[in-house]
Design a protein around this ligand. Structure first.
Ligand code: T5A
Length: 224
């Protein structure tokens, strides 16, 4: 049994956490998860995130988002995200996929391209190489890009709680990140699906469910 990796991507406050929870509830309450498990297609449903999907990753997340002892240089930041990912893939994602898990993951490789590549301006071929090293070539089976203007997402995130190190960065940085996601979606139309993330959460959840129904049918030969 080989599992599936579904990634949620987008700028700050685009609603990834909200929509992962909606997706989990929908898979359970609709009976789809139970059906996939009974048919032997899926072992379990797992939610995870980057950075911070492992014990080591939680420490790296704390450093990346909340460290204020000294400025983190852009290259250090890139390497810390890559270290988090290497641990996450090897110690968590890969074993779960081998046993057939359906995984919902908050951010993955495209975030590094968008934030460290487009946002920080680091060399994109270097980032591609690092992503390759960190993942061992593991790509998402589907990436749902929650597309919302950077200022709208930032306002949502800022209203909610104290800002972390990256949320405090200037709006122009987040606009470059948004441009990065846009170009990634244009370059990888098979893997990355765009979701209009401006409306109310329920309308966004509906778009996601329609896409997932089609994908799950294709992957697992189930009826819609
Ligand atoms: N990063 C990460 C990199 O730079 N490189 C990398 O390689 C990786 C993996 C992670 C940070 O690390 C960076 C990117 C990030 O800066 P994080 O805390 O995981 O830090 O940051 P986010 O992923 O941005 O998490 P957020 O919680 O800020 O955003 P979400 O999860 O997209 O949004 P969510 O669902 O928490 O919603 C935010 C607020 O908006 C409301 C929610 O209720 C909540 O209050 N909301 C809506 N409001 C109106 N309309 C809607 N449709 C709404 N949906 C949600």
């Amino acid at each position: 049994m080989q599992g599936k990796l579904i990634v949620f991507e987008g700028v700050e406050g685009s609603g990834k956490t909200t929509q992962m929870a909606h997706t989990q509830d929908w898979l359970i309450q609709s009976g789809i998860l139970q059906q996939l498990q009974q048919q032997g297609w899926v072992s379990q449903l797992v939610l995870t995130r980057e950075p911070g999907g492992t014990m080591l990753g939680k420490t790296l997340r704390q450093i990346l988002l909340h460290s204020s002892e000294e400025a983190i240089t852009d290259r250090t930041e890139l390497l810390l995200y890559a270290a988090d990912r290497a641990q996450h893939v090897t110690a968590f994602l890969q074993p779960l996929l081998e046993e057939g898990a359906l995984i919902l993951c908050d951010r993955y490789t495209d975030s590094t391209v968008a934030y460290q590549g487009y946002g920080r301006g680091l060399d994109r071929s270097l980032i591609d190489q690092l992503n390759q090293i960190a993942t061992g070539g593991l790509q998402s089976d589907l990436t749902l890009w929650l597309d919302v203007p950077a200022d709208v997402g930032l306002n949502r995130a800022r209203q909610r709680a104290a800002q972390d190190r990256i949320e405090q960065t200037h709006l122009s940085f987040h606009q470059r990140v948004q441009q990065g996601f846009t170009e990634l979606w244009q370059r990888h139309p098979q893997r990355i699906m765009r979701i209009d993330a401006s409306p109310e959460p329920e309308a966004i959840a509906q778009q996601i469910q329609e896409i997932l129904q089609q994908k799950l049918s294709a992957w697992y030969c189930t009826k819609d």
